[in-house]
Ligand binder design. Structure first.
Ligand code: BES
Ligand code: MN
Ligand code: ZN
Length: 503
């Protein structure tokens, strides 16, 4: 993103912004306080009196200034101060949609005294990043591959301007730091979304590995790409089993970020990288199958996060692992009844080839552990069943460690991404018992998101582990808030908040 960001008082020559955003809360409209200047304020209050603009979340009103103000348009965007950072993200996201409608690529965001109070109560830098995230994330949508390539609308300039009281220099530094971090977050999410939106014919496991290599090179990270031959040497039976039906061979991708050479601790982030999931021999129905291009949404989240982490450089070690495979039916595909010997040595009876994510992830966890990971978080479009439980409103979580889960939950709260813990009672695991092997890969219809998670947890070797099932949240049929239709890049920011502490 080459959007220019700045903070500070408006100078006469910077008055050329196409649009100005003024965030408004209900109490400001009720009180007779000045909002921007008399004729515009009156227009807005008339709308308020008629109930047309109530300053609610996601409500905007565009007013053309007709030369009465040094910007062509003013966008009034409602915000609900009691909704915290999410209130700010939502307000900024709806203002961004108004900008897009106006094709306004240079914008001044007025930071009213009231907004600055809200920001200060949340932490100024944190609030600044939330605003920036909302603004930039809402503008990032899927870019279709057409013969006539249209320009993707993107902001060129964003200036945050204190209004009316100028803050202190220390305050300015906080705003600047937050804005920069918010922009980095949005870039990481945008990267993950673009990757996820790539069609399956463009994004094979090999291609995903190539893109990961590019990312590693650009950010000076160490990367290891394990091809099908070295996967065989390392006995990655899960990855190879799933990948064997496709002409596009699987890859295990490992990226190392070393931020603390003196520590033995390392986060293991494992992202499901099924570049397309047909279901294999247990073929999926045709309806909606095209959405399975997003079955590498977990991989995209991990790569998007590692990209931001590499920029923010926390004193922490991270091992990112992406097991990448294409799940296809063919004469050489794995099939129900096959028994796979996994990298960990455990055996798995395949009862459904469509439960492939857990098979590649099992080897992903083992790979992370052999490379030194001491706590594990996996992100995966693991089940459709998670949608039966939580709909598309939350990512489902399964864990073996409440302490680690609390940390992940707190990170998700900061990111404004919802996760909800599913119970992991030991009884559920009985559903995975097999007569042919240590485990079977599907526990049947009941509690599918839980048994799917517990299957993966079996390969954590007792290390603290959290599983995040983004089966309902990685891909949307309709845009909402700061998320577009298609790939959402969900969990990029949660992973970043988990690993890069805010000061
Ligand atoms: N990738 C799918 C899960 C999925 C489906 C995510 C639809 C998002 C939307 C996964 O590999 C899968 O097929 N899971 C099966 C598991 C079952 C066979 C045990 C499912 O959820 O139906
Ligand atoms: Mn599947
Ligand atoms: Zn899948």
């Amino acid at each position: 993103m080459n959007v220019q960001i700045s903070y500070g008082a408006r100078s006469a020559d910077s008055a050329a912004a196409d649009a100005v955003i003024r965030f408004v809360c209900k109490s400001e409209l009720k009180a007779a306080e000045p909002i921007i200047q008399p004729p515009m304020d009156e227009a807005l209050r008339v709308l308020y009196a008629k109930g047309l603009f109530k300053a609610e979340a996601e409500q905007t009103e565009i007013i053309s200034t007709l030369g009465l103000y040094p910007a062509a348009h003013i966008i009034f965007a409602g915000y609900e101060a009691d909704r915290g950072a999410t209130g700010l993200r939502l307000a900024a996201a709806s203002a961004a949609k108004a900008l897009k409608k106006l094709r306004a690529d240079s914008v001044q965001v007025l930071l009213s005294d009231r907004l600055r109070e809200t920001a200060a109560s949340l932490g100024t830098a944190f609030a600044a990043s939330a605003l920036m995230e909302g603004l930039l994330l809402a503008l990032h949508t899927r870019h279709p591959l057409k013969r006539e390539q249209s320009e993707r609308f993107m902001l060129k300039e964003v200036a945050f301007v204190p209004y009316r009281t100028a803050g202190s220099a220390a305050d300015a530094a906080l705003w600047e730091r937050g804005m920069a971090r918010g922009k980095l977050h949005a870039e990481g999410v945008g990267y993950a979304r673009d990757l996820t939106n790539l069609p399956g014919n463009e994004l094979t496991p090999e291609r995903l590995a190539f893109l990961a290599e590019e990312l590693a090179r650009e950010h000076d990270l160490e990367i290891e790409v394990i091809d099908e031959w070295s996967a065989a040497e390392q006995q990655m039976g899960g990855l190879l089993g799933v990948g064997q039906g496709s002409i596009n061979p699987p890859r295990m991708i490992v990226i190392h970020y070393r931020g603390d050479e003196n520590s033995e601790q390392a986060w293991g982030l494992i992202g499901k990288g099924v570049t397309f999931d047909t279901g294999g021999i247990s073929l999926k129905r045709a309806e909606g199958m095209q959405e399975m291009i997003s079955d590498m949404g977990g991989a995209a989240a991990v790569l998007g996060a590692i990209r931001v982490i590499a920029e923010l450089k926390p004193a922490m070690n991270v091992i990112a692992v992406i097991p990448a495979a294409e799940n296809m039916p063919s004469d050489r595909a794995f099939k129900p009844g096959d028994v796979l010997r996994m990298m960990s040595g455990h055996t798995v009876e395949v009862v459904n080839t469509d439960a492939e994510g857990r098979l590649v992830l099992a080897d992903g966890l083992t790979t992370a552990i052999t490379r030194g990971a001491t706590k594990l978080v996996d992100v995966a479009t693991l089940t459709g069943n998670v949608m039966a439980a939580l709909g598309i409103e939350a990512t489902g979580a399964v864990t073996n460690n409440e302490e680690l889960f609390k940390q992940v939950q707190a990170a998700a709260d900061s990111a404004g991404e919802r996760i909800w813990q599913l119970p992991a009672y030991p009884e559920y695991k009985k559903q995975l018992r097999s007569n042919a092997a240590d485990l079977k890969n599907s526990g049947g219809r009941y509690a599918g998101a839980i048994t799917g998670g517990l299957f993966i947890g079996h390969f954590a070797e007792g290390l603290p582990w959290v599983h995040l099932d983004i089966g309902g949240t990685a891909w949307l049929d309709m845009s909402r808030g700061w998320e577009p239709k298609g790939a959402t890049g969900v969990m990029v920011r949660t992973l970043v908040e988990l690993i890069v502490q805010r000061e």
